[in-house]
Design a protein around this ligand. Structure first.
Ligand SMILES: [Zn+2]
Length: 149
């Protein structure tokens, strides 16, 4: 047994759940009169709170609140437009690069050994797949958390 008294949270835990609380709390309260009195006071307080009649409205609160809410306005989603804009920019950039550097790019890839180009393609493809899967998983997680609100 320590010489320090229990704090309010521990005494409240004891008053609410005598069976489930830690052994050192029950041991301390068993031997300490001061904390015993506090625990009894908290138990009395909680009992009084539990005996209070729960407030009940005599009208349907949900209907009243819903009646006062403004009608939902359909928001114009710019998410898809932005996505298509990014894709258009990427395609335009790719076409521009191939138009101006096409022959040089082909010479660049023909200059390196095939095994190196296969490794490069495999790595880039694997990385792209991994990033897409990760992005999709994050999207699903965010959508799942949004549904709770
Ligand atoms: Zn004590």
């Amino acid at each position: 047994m320590t010489n320090e008294h229990l704090n309010d949270a521990e005494i409240q835990q004891y008053a609410l759940q005598k069976i489930d609380c830690d052994i050192y709390i029950t041991e301390h309260i068993r031997h300490c009169a001061n904390c015993q009195v506090k625990a009894q006071q908290y138990a009395l307080l909680f009992e009084g709170i539990n005996q209070q009649e729960k407030p009940v409205f005599d009208f349907n609160l949900a209907d009243l609140v819903i009646a006062q809410l403004p009608e939902t306005q359909h928001k114009v989603s710019y998410g898809n437009a932005f996505f298509y804009f990014i894709i258009c920019i990427a395609i335009f950039s790719g076409c521009t690069i191939f138009y101006f550097l096409g022959t040089n790019l082909l010479r660049l890839f023909s200059g390196i050994t095939p095994i190196l180009s296969y490794l490069l393609i495999t790595t880039v493809t694997g990385l792209l797949v991994f990033l897409c899967i990760d992005m999709y998983r994050k999207y699903l997680t965010k959508m799942k958390t949004l549904k709770y609100y």
